[in-house]
Design a protein around this ligand. Structure first.
Ligand SMILES: NC(=O)C1=CN([C@@H]2O[C@H](COP(=O)(O)OP(=O)(O)OC[C@H]3O[C@@H](n4cnc5c(N)ncnc54)[C@H](O)[C@@H]3O)[C@@H](O)[C@H]2O)C=CC1
Ligand SMILES: NCC(=O)COP(=O)(O)O
Length: 335
């Protein structure tokens, strides 16, 4: 089969944040993939002026455009104009609808096969909700739009992969969200995509407990005994390589991680601080369990850096590279 250069749609994210200038900076580099932005072309040009070099060229793009190689300094844009002129560092709920429209357009393009992957720059969840648009995160929106019951958020920094059993929930809602059904679905999706997307033949997954010391035999919480351990037992019987539930405080020590392909943490701030300590600036957020390829950066909108040209584009670069790899792997999948 002949190899087709992947076409990647990049959403530019919150217009008051660093997304637009990072996307413009990415377009100033060469890529093995074709890049198409979805967002406000005038804002991309404006933010490209804070970077060293000439202004970005932003021709209009439509899905019927022929495939072509990326050209440094040129970024075709599927235009979604902002409602108000965007100011770096100043959130404006009037622009939230355009942000969400860009995302939805990207998901539709991927679902229809017009693009091979999507990469998302960071949005500001708060301002989207302030605008009256209920929004917990890309992960949840992607799941809803693709009818995916159990999306799995996984961040990757080099060899370290950290997936989450729950995503954007208040901490007090976490224990009751960790049901046997949810845990089984998350672990099954994680195992499946480590095999299918990351070509790991027999993944070994470390699973943390929820409570300190993994519950200390039931004296510090019973979720390990009542939910996690029985679920792991069932899945081990089905052949999955699972270790745990492990006390989370030592699950990420180099010794515990030896031979592990991923760690499944029970909630956002149990797993992600470790991952970001290890690889902030080069890590990638990838959503597993979806019928489309989606990667994203490891950081947020960094409002205080917006418009300065000083934000680090390493994670966006890594997200583009991983999206291209995953899209190519899909092309080569039999059937
Ligand atoms: N994928 C997404 O859409 C994500 C969105 N967010 C959103 O971002 C907003 C702000 O979140 P925060 O917790 O403040 O995280 P943040 O990542 O925006 O900022 C945390 C710290 O890291 C620095 N930083 C972030 N990105 C950087 C970069 N590229 N180069 C250099 N320094 C960088 C910031 O200056 C700040 O000191 C929130 O609304 C959150 O929901 C957060 C994470 C991911
Ligand atoms: N901390 C990662 C994060 O919040 C990104 O979430 P999402 O918007 O990619 O679902």
């Amino acid at each position: 089969m002949s190899e087709q250069r992947p076409r990647i749609a990049i959403t530019c994210g919150e217009p008051a944040g660093i997304g637009y200038e990072l996307v413009a900076a990415a377009a100033m580099r060469s890529h093995a993939a074709e890049l198409v932005a979805i967002g406000d072309p005038a804002l991309l040009r404006e933010r490209s002026r804070v970077l060293d070099g000439p202004e970005l060229d932003t021709p209009a793009w439509t899905p019927d455009a022929p495939r072509q190689a990326h050209r440094v300094g040129r970024l075709p844009v599927d235009p979604v104009p902002m409602a108000h002129p965007a100011q770096p560092g100043t959130l404006d709920p009037a622009n939230a609808e355009a942000v969400v429209t860009s995302l939805k357009r990207a998901v539709r393009l991927a679902a229809e096969g017009q693009v091979d992957a999507i990469v998302t720059a960071p949005v500001h969840k708060g301002v989207i909700n302030d605008a009256g648009l209920p929004f917990s995160g890309h992960t949840e929106l992607l799941a809803e739009m693709t009818a995916t019951e159990t999306p799995v958020m996984m961040l990757v920094a080099g060899d370290l992969r950290v997936a989450l059993a729950t995503t954007h929930l208040p901490l007090r809602a976490v224990p009751e969200a960790i049901t046997p059904e949810r845990l089984e679905a998350v672990i099954t999706a994680l195992h499946h995509d480590l095999v299918d997307k990351f070509a790991i033949a027999a993944p070994r997954i470390l699973v943390t407990g929820l409570n300190p010391h993994a519950g200390e035999g039931g004296h510090l919480g019973r979720e390990e005994i009542d939910v996690i351990e029985p679920t792991l037992e069932r899945l081990r019987a089905a052949g999955l390589g699972l270790v745990g539930p492990l006390p989370a405080d030592t699950a990420f020590t180099p010794r515990a991680l030896e031979g592990a392909d991923a760690v499944l943490a029970m909630y956002h701030d149990q797993g992600l601080p470790v991952l970001k300590h290890a690889g902030f600036g080069r890590a990638v957020n990838v959503t597993l369990g979806l019928p489309i390829v989606r990667t994203s950066v490891d950081h947020g909108t960094a409002l205080e850096l917006a418009g300065t040209g000083r934000a680090d584009g390493g994670s966006l670069q890594a997200a583009i590279e991983l999206a291209a790899d995953l899209a190519l792997r899909r092309q080569h999948r039999p059937g």
